[in-house]
Design a binder for this molecule. Sequence first.
Ligand code: C2E
Ligand code: MG
Ligand code: MG
Length: 429
Amino acid sequence: MKEMDSLTGSYTLKSFIEKCSEILQNDDGQHTYAMASMDISNFRFINDFYGMDEADQLVVAFSDYLKNYKRTVVQARVVGDQFRILMYLDGISINELAEELTDSNGRFCKDMQLQGKYSDVAWFIYSAVYEITDKTLSVRTYIDKSHYAKKLAKGNLDRKCAIYDESQYKDYSHTIDMIKLFEDAYANDRIYVEFQPKYSMITGEIIGAEVLGRIYDDKGQKVMPGEFIPVLEKARLISKFDMAVMNKTFEYMRKWLDEGIKVVPVSVNVSRVQLFDDTFVNRIIKAREKYDIPEELVEIEITESVFLDETDEKFQSIGELRKQGVRIDLDDFGSGYSSLNIMGYVPADIIKLDCGFVRKSLKTDAGKTIVECVINMLKRAGFEVICEGIETEDEARQIADFGCLMAQGFYFDRPMPPENFQRKLLKYS
Ligand code: C2E
Ligand code: MG
Ligand code: MG
């Protein structure tokens, strides 16, 4: 005997998985299947408003409706108002099933409401379907996918049954993978830093470096920031990452200073998300103090887009850092919608011209004039200017001719491990 849910007589999740596996394994090819995931919107309010007994009655009615639905093979109540249903597709497409369910669920709600049930709370059925095409996947996967599609549809008030979309799921699994990767790396000290030197276009010497964060996975594979930074920003984990990078960086700088190596100013990237956090300034100052790094050696890179939705708050926290002697580098200038109207009062010391902007512009005469004028305009306005992403001798020569005094890019050096950067520093000490 399989374990059943005592309230509704539906399967429990565990017995549902077993039952579905049996059905799908023993299927003789006569049927095609879909997995559906459903719940009741605002169920929490129904519970609060009418009490648990009444809310239970709705769950029972919903369960009965699902049981009697013509395509239902088996169904489970997972918890509360959450149901998963194995359905026959048999001859219709997944889109047709979604349409059919949209109508049928709508009728169920309407019938209940006509009977005067729960009419004080606006409620309907959230639903999503996943077509089982690959029989080799686990029942758990089918459930996860249909549930995920339903979760994405939450908040859509059109009450249509959603259809699972593989591309959305890939984004989702990437997000989960990256969060796991980060948390694991954080716990096991696998967050690393690389240094990319910045060069003087006049003397050819190293005059600074940018720190770039990397994560190593448990197999020793290096993962680049493009993969995980956007995820960590969305998941609000970026401060944790940025601070790990900053602490690592200061640790190396402290070591070099103690060894008598001449250390150059080092810039650390911080995510724009951090500027919404009012502990941001303090954390940076505290970290600098902890490692006793002279303030003139610390720079913060903040991407251009931060300054575009110019809120006073953000300008203030950046201004606070500058007051403490930390220099601010406006990163990726020219990559987005660099807006001239903020340049008169943007709280930055250094402007970093975006590599895409420079490279593209150098291809035309008009573009060259613009790069030259931008460099000179920014310098005259009192900023230091650096070009990033310089890849060829020709690019280096041209920006030097235009008056850019500092540059960084693969032409000079790629980002490198701290040990290699230390060797470079030693050469100049
Ligand atoms: P970014 O701050 O603009 O950094 C420059 C990126 O360009 C780096 O990529 C660097 O390796 C790459 N690069 C340097 N020279 C060249 C070149 O000559 N040609 C080309 N094509 N690329 C060059 P990376 O390390 O993959 O970092 C990408 C972005 O990720 C960074 O852009 C930055 O926005 C972000 N990032 C990196 N580390 C951190 C970090 O610790 N915290 C935060 N919040 N963001 C970070
Ligand atoms: Mg940067
Ligand atoms: Mg940049």
